[in-house]
Ligand binder design. Structure first.
Ligand code: 5GP
Ligand code: MG
Length: 178
């Protein structure tokens, strides 16, 4: 792994693809135990979680389903541009065990909004799995059940995570080099 440049910013190697896969195996085996017999519905949050969701889900062995949701800015009047509506949900989650798959939980504002919207559909329980977690930035109460890596408040890219839309294709994770 070597230093890279994306658009105007420099990044240095941070977490290798091999390390990511090792952590995913650990999380998957815990989930397989916890979810046994629960017929869970996995929910990947687009775009950032697509690689993580794919690699994690390949290691899930319990009968289950997966779907993908996206956050879209509210249209029309009253929009602050900050509140985001979760699109792609339907009634099928009523009384289900739902496993949210996120790329990164930073302040937790996004996750909090996702959970509040999901609760309206009355799932039986909500489990949160994220690839990256920034505990020092986290301001919310909801428990992050599983994370592959906890990191300081530095900006990272790769393995689904982007800088201005670029860098999602990187197999390894990089951190900004300032
Ligand atoms: P939160 O709402 O938890 O503050 O932020 C979550 C969102 O911010 C993530 O879904 C992601 O889009 C973005 N984000 C936060 N930290 C990073 C980071 O280090 N790298 C990238 N690429 N996105 C981040
Ligand atoms: Mg995200």
């Amino acid at each position: 792994m070597e230093n890279i440049k994306i658009l105007d910013k420099a990044f240095k190697p941070y977490i290798s693809a091999a390390k990511i896969q090792t952590k995913i195996s650990v999380i998957a085996s815990k989930l397989n135990k916890q979810l046994d017999g629960k017929d869970p519905l996995f929910m990947g949050i687009l775009n950032g979680s697509f690689m993580f969701a794919s690699d994690l889900y390949k290691q899930i062995t319990v009968p289950s389903q997966i779907t993908f949701l996206k956050l879209a800015s509210y249209q029309g009047t009253g929009s602050t541009g900050k509140v985001k509506r979760l699109i792609g949900i339907n009634e099928d989650i009523k009384n289900k065990t739902v496993v949210i798959i996120e790329d990164i939980v930073d302040t937790g504002v996004t996750l909090d909004s996702i959970i509040k919207q999901l609760r309206g559909y009355e799932p039986k329980e909500i489990i949160v799995v994220t690839l990256m977690f920034k505990p020092k930035a986290y301001t919310k109460e909801f428990k992050v059940d599983y994370f592959a890596f906890d990191i300081p408040n530095d900006f990272i890219v790769g393995y689904g995570l982007d800088y201005d839309g670029y860098g999602r294709n990187l197999a390894d994770i990089y951190v900004i080099n300032e």
